[in-house]
Design a protein around this ligand. Structure first.
Ligand code: ATP
Length: 306
């Protein structure tokens, strides 16, 4: 029995290491389920990103038959601009990012990047062109430097430090006992949600993709952290085509266009100011969120005074 248990342990160890590496992407995209469905078309060629214009053209999509999630969604993100997708929970916001990465194929319509249908290009080239800052980044059990360098394996130490600085996490890392060599992840130092997100931003700065998806955290961050993250996100999205999947509304104010999804269709679209003025769904979501934020703030102050 002893002889058997050692290799089994070892296999368990390897399995966990591989799992850990995959969790990051898998968590967001259920990659393992999807991989069997989506394959490169025969004769697929690499995506050629020129300006980086993204277009959803009359997209219909369902995960399961008879339950459509997107029902004819059309929008465009001009090169270098930012479009925010907002809407109630379950409206299909994250589905849009999965379709852009082609983790699933649309049932009708098309997803295009600079006029190229994502079904006609190699998945490798597609995914190399899109950067993702996920809601909840899972870190590798390795150094903080490794976790940042993962964005571009051949980046120099100087590049890693510069990216961390831009992502507003440099001073925090330098203050750790082992600096950039500090072990993080499950078996190392546990980072907060906001710190992990800044590590993900630093990674993306290193990867420097022409197209970016920011999947904003659902969880509330304190307002100081939120401001720091916002500054880092503004920096990384500058000049890149950016889609913000917004679960809170505070980051969408400066978007070039806001798309309000409801029950799989676009209910409203426009700038923050125009949508507020229109007094529709967006305006009521905004009011509700502001009330919630104010209530939280009052609670915090009350606690501090206790
Ligand atoms: P939230 O703001 O709560 O994150 P969302 O707008 O991002 O929501 P999506 O994650 O796009 O919503 O999901 C849209 C709908 O699709 C939901 O009803 C969800 O249950 C369903 N859905 C998501 N992923 C799958 C899947 N892999 N298989 C089947 N249904 C799914």
């Amino acid at each position: 029995l002893m002889q058997l248990s050692v290799p089994l342990n070892f296999i368990g160890f390897i399995y966990r290491e591989i799992r850990q590496g995959l969790t990051d992407i898998e968590q967001m995209f259920d990659l393992l389920d999807v991989r069997q469905e989506v394959v490169d078309a025969p004769g697929a060629t690499p995506l050629v990103v020129e300006a980086g214009r993204v277009e959803f053209r009359d997209v219909h999509f369902a995960y399961e038959q008879n339950r459509s999630i997107l029902k004819g969604v059309s929008f465009e993100v001009p090169a270098g601009k930012t479009v925010a997708i907002v809407g109630p929970s379950g409206a299909g916001k994250s589905t849009i990012s999965r379709l852009l990465f082609r983790f699933y194929d649309v049932q009708k319509g098309a997803v295009l990047i600079d006029g190229q249908d994502v079904r006609d290009v190699t998945q490798e080239s597609l995914r190399a062109s899109i950067g993702m800052v996920p809601q909840d980044t899972v870190l590798f059990n390795d150094t903080v430097a490794y976790n940042i360098r993962y964005g571009r394996i051949d980046a120099s130490d100087e590049d890693v430090r510069r990216a961390a600085g831009l992502a507003q996490i440099g001073p925090f890392i330098e203050g750790l006992p082992d600096g950039y060599r500090t072990m993080v992840g499950e078996r190392g130092l546990k980072l907060s949600g906001g710190e992990k997100q800044r590590v993900a931003i630093a990674r993306t700065i290193l990867k420097s993709p022409p197209i970016l998806i920011l999947d904003e955290a659902t969880s509330a961050l304190d307002s100081h952290t939120e401001q720091e993250i916002q500054a880092a996100l503004d920096l990384v999205s500058r000049g890149r085509t950016t889609i913000v999947i917004a679960h809170r509304l505070s980051t969408v104010i400066s978007a070039d266009e806001i798309i309000v999804l409801k029950d799989g269709s676009i209910a409203e679209r426009g700038t923050h100011a125009a949508l507020l003025k229109a007094g529709g769904l967006y305006a009521s979501m905004w009011d509700r969120q502001r009330e919630a934020t104010e209530a939280e703030e009052r609670l915090r102050i009350a606690r501090e005074n206790d």
